[in-house]
Design a protein around this ligand. Structure first.
Ligand code: NAP
Length: 357
């Protein structure tokens, strides 16, 4: 069966990556693309790398244009999709890459985003561990993919949020790290901030320098990370010091996250927690002892790579994780989740291989 697909926000970065992946998906056919200021223009003007979709013209982003497709992917600025998705009548599966349907807590939404809070949809990070009563032993955990199966509304993750949550969930679920006093510092590429012109994203501001931003607990992905860690079974309310740093690479996230080891755990227990958590996963790989990922190894791929070390003197685990913010960080996660929701093989249309150097 071929599923008809519409992409809203097709002129932007996340929309462009959705289209790049969808163009190679054997079961999905992109029929409709929409934009905002670029509506009425040929798609190829906004996405000159998408030659196979050069026949498409950007339409208006309205419920009337989007309704009637089997699947609609939304890649709009946060706050723009919530009201729109509520008006869909005839869409089997909607996947929102924006934040509007990610947070369960209206208080968190008000504190970090503001404006109307929309209901949380099924979270689109299939590999995330979900703690349930009776679970806890490695290999017996539930996964988010079980909730995604059959879902009709999915919230794709924030790119930094999924990187950090995937980095920590195994240790939290196994009880080998503490949920308080987590520290995460991320090198991030500016495509994570979208295509709209902003002065601090000009080439002259970014080339040859590293720029920290949202310092001091203000980044919007913090509540999303905490929500995931609670669901992974955090024994205490998580606290995280989270600092992203813009670096001169267009795509990619390298997140270095450290957490206190639980009293008495051994190095073997810690490594086993991560290896056992991801051993069967297609897209999340724990590297062998002593190896750490590079962002280039994940570019264009739906892969999250992580390396692990124990800093015995500091009493902390150090997890270094890399992924492509536009691929596994948003569009790839959205398509992987759509595959699961529709009962297709999870990896359909997605690659584990990056583009390097
Ligand atoms: N970039 C990433 O790495 C990443 C990762 C995870 C999640 N996301 C999420 O994905 C969403 C899109 O991000 P992006 O980076 O692709 O942003 P972007 O490059 O700025 O693209 C935004 C898209 O939304 C359209 N748009 C702008 N204002 C709109 C409005 N008021 N109503 C309807 N459409 C509007 C734009 O159309 P025109 O160009 O025609 O004006 C464009 O197609 C965001 O919610 C973001 O948080 C992005």
């Amino acid at each position: 069966m071929t599923y008809s697909v519409a992409v809203a926000g097709a002129s932007g970065y996340a929309g462009g990556e959705l289209l790049r992946l969808l163009a190679a998906h054997p079961e999905f056919e992109v029929r409709t693309v929409t934009g905002h200021s670029s509506a009425g223009r040929p798609l190829i003007e906004s996405q000159p790398h998408l030659r196979s979709l050069a026949h498409l013209t950007l339409g208006e982003t309205t419920p009337e244009v989007l309704d009637g497709h089997d699947i609609v992917f939304f890649a709009l600025p946060h706050g723009a999709s919530g009201a729109l998705t509520a008006q869909l009548r005839d869409v089997r599966l909607a996947v929102d890459c924006g934040a509007d349907h990610r947070l369960q807590s209206a208080e968190d939404w008000a504190a970090f985003y503001g404006g109307e809070h929309h209901e949380a949809w099924t979270y689109g990070v299939p590999e995330l561990i979900v703690a349930t009563a009776g679970a806890g032993a490695a290999g017996t955990w539930d996964r988010q993919r079980e909730e995604i199966a059959g879902a009709t509304r999915i919230a794709a993750p924030g790119c930094n949020a999924s990187t950090v949550a995937l980095s920590l969930a195994p240790g939290i679920a196994a009880g080998v790290i503490e949920a308080e006093d987590i520290v995460s510092v991320l090198a991030v590429g500016p495509s994570g901030a979208g295509k709209a012109a902003k002065t601090h994203l000009l080439g002259a501001e970014l080339m040859g320098t590293a720029n920290p931003y949202a310092v001091g607990g203000t980044h919007r992905h913090i509540p999303e990370i905490k929500q995931s860690l609670r669901r992974a079974g955090a024994a205490a309310e998580p606290t995280i010091s989270f600092t992203p740093v813009l670096v001169p690479m267009s795509r990619g996230i390298l997140a270095t996250t450290t957490a206190r080891l639980a009293p008495g755990v051994t190095a073997e227990q810690v490594r086993s927690a991560w290896e056992d958590a991801y051993v069967g996963e297609t897209f999340v790989h724990v590297l062998p002892e002593g190896q750490f990922p590079r962002t280039a190894d994940t570019l264009g791929a739906n892969t999250c790579l992580m390396g692990l070390a124990i800093d015995e003197a500091a009493g902390r685990v150090v997890v270094v994780a890399a992924l492509d913010n536009l691929a596994k960080g948003t569009a790839g996660a959205a398509i992987q989740s759509a595959n699961i929701a529709l009962g297709l093989p999870e990896a359909t249309g997605l690659s584990v291989d990056g583009v390097a150097p």
